[in-house]
Design a protein around this ligand. Structure first.
Ligand code: MD3
Ligand code: FE
Length: 203
């Protein structure tokens, strides 16, 4: 049952658990064409999270800034196409949360190892903030931080486990968020990793 987390944010606990094997196989396929890499931020830091992606465009960062890019900067080639199981899950989850006809053109795949974290930020590199973001957690559990529309608002901790899907839209779309340092552990499907898929309409 959809569980409201905040206005505009809906958690679907375990929603993707049944298709996790298919999603992980698709991640392996995407990563064969566009390997995971730790990108650099404009501030000069190397992200602890390794990333790749698929779709028409993917979010990238380097010394010059954040943007959506049509080709993989490592290869100069287009990103791998969005696998069918990705498209289907994202559309179905968005619909279950009340967003009809969500067709993502970008999927960022985040890979966390023990010690990886993502500091508090907003997702605002997309063109249309009326489009929701669908996120899927796979593998090791993590603690997600959900803040407010400014950095002043103290974030609340939300545990996210294997198969959990969250749809972020409406008034939740521009809220600050992050992920606490991943604890070490072992998951039967992903080993020492946590994967997070974020589906977006970027263009
Ligand atoms: C809340 N990823 O890639 S997903 C990101 O678990 C990102 O890897 C995290 O934040 C991760 O940008 C969190 C959950 C998420 C994604 C987008 C949001 C939460 C959001 C946009 C607005 C509000
Ligand atoms: Fe984000």
């Amino acid at each position: 049952a959809p569980e409201p987390l905040a206005p505009g944010a809906v958690v679907l606990r375990g929603y993707a658990a049944g298709v996790a094997g298919a999603l992980l196989a698709a991640i392996t396929e995407v990563a064969a064409g566009a390997p995971f890499r730790q990108m650099k931020t404009p501030g000069g830091y190397t992200m602890s999270v390794a990333m790749t992606g698929c779709g028409e465009v993917c979010w990238v960062t380097d010394q010059t800034g954040y943007r959506y890019q049509a080709g993989d900067p490592l290869s100069g080639q287009p990103w791998p196409a969005m696998p069918e199981p990705f498209l289907r899950l994202a559309g179905e989850a968005a619909a279950a949360a009340g967003y009809r006809d969500f067709i993502p053109d970008a999927c960022l795949i985040n890979r966390y190892c023990p010690g990886s974290r993502m500091s508090l930020h907003q997702d605002r590199d997309e063109r249309d903030f009326d489009q929701p973001i669908v996120s899927v957690s796979l593998g090791l559990p993590a603690t997600f931080q959900f803040g407010g529309e400014t950095r002043r608002v103290r974030p609340v901790n939300v545990p996210l486990s294997h198969g959990d899907v969250v749809v972020w839209g409406g008034p939740a779309r521009l809220r600050y968020h992050g992920v606490l340092r991943l604890k070490q552990g072992w998951h039967p499907l992903t080993g020492e990793y946590r994967y997070n898929l974020t589906f977006r309409r970027a263009l």
